[in-house]
Write a protein that binds this ligand. Structure first.
Ligand code: IMP
Ligand code: MG
Length: 183
C-alpha cells in the first residue's frame, strides 16, 4: 500500500497538505499571541486530532504541555449517535490551568459542547477550542470556538486524522470519498 493509492479513493481533494500546513501555522501564530506569558495545556481529542495536535504543537514556538482524551460519540459509521462517553480521561489535573482543546472537526457540536462543560467543571483558568474544520450547517449544539481553520459544507470528509471506518486517517490531504467506498 502507498499513500497515493489510498488517495485514489477520494473523488475530491478539498484541502492539500500545503494548505493544511499553512493554516496550522496561521492558527499557531494566533495562539502564541493570545497565550503569551501564560502556560498552556493543549488537549487532543483522540483519535482524529492526532495529526492536528502533532503539527500544531510543533508549529508553536513556545512551551506547551500535551494531554489526551478519548471520547466516543460515533460508532464506525458516518452519523452521530448522540451519546458521549469518556474512554480515556486526562492524566493532568487542570484546575487553574489554561486549557486549549484541539480537535480536527466540529460536526453537530455534540462532542465538544459536552467536553467543554465536562472540563469546565474541573475549574480550569480557561477552556477554549481549536478545530481545523467546522460544519456550520450540521451544528445542532452551540459551541463557542476560538480558533477555526475552515468552515466546510455538510459533507463527510476523510484524511489528516479524519476516518471512515478507521481508514484514511493517514492521508496528508482532506477530501470526500468516492461513493462506491460506502457500498
Ligand atoms: P460531533 O460531535 O458531531 O461534532 O462530531 C465529532 C466527531 O465526529 C469528530 O471529532 C469526528 O471524529 C467525527 N466526524 C464528524 N464529521 C466527520 C467527517 O466528516 N469525517 C470523519 N469524521 C467526522
Ligand atoms: Mg474527533
Amino acid at each position: 500500500m502507498d499513500t497515493a493509492s489510498v488517495e485514489k479513493d477520494l473523488v475530491n481533494i478539498l484541502f492539500t497538505e500545503e494548505e493544511i500546513q499553512a493554516k496550522i501555522q496561521e492558527l499557531a501564530r494566533q495562539i502564541e499571541r493570545d497565550y503569551e506569558g501564560r502556560e498552556l495545556l493543549i488537549v487532543g481529542v483522540l483519535k482524529g486530532a492526532v495529526m492536528v495536535m502533532a503539527d500544531l504543537a510543533r508549529a508553536l514556538d513556545r512551551h506547551v504541555e500535551m494531554d489526551w482524551m478519548a471520547v466516543s460519540s460515533y460508532g464506525s459509521g458516518t452519523k452521530s449517535s448522540g451519546v458521549v462517553r469518556i474512554l480515556k480521561d486526562l492524566d493532568t489535573d487542570i484546575s487553574g490551568r489554561d486549557v486549549l482543546i484541539v480537535d480536527e472537526i466540529i460536526d453537530t457540536g455534540l462532542t465538544l459542547s459536552w467536553l467543554v462543560s465536562n472540563l469546565a467543571s474541573r475549574r480550569p483558568a480557561s477552556v477554549e477550542i481549536a478545530t481545523l474544520f467546522r460544519k456550520p450547517e450540521a451544528q445542532t449544539m452551540p459551541v463557542s470556538v476560538k480558533y477555526v481553520g475552515w468552515d466546510i459544507p455538510n459533507e463527510f470528509v476523510v484524511g489528516y486524522g479524519l476516518d471512515y471506518k478507521e481508514r484514511y486517517r493517514n492521508l496528508r490531504s482532506v477530501g470526500t470519498l468516492a461513493p462506491h467506498i460506502y457500498s
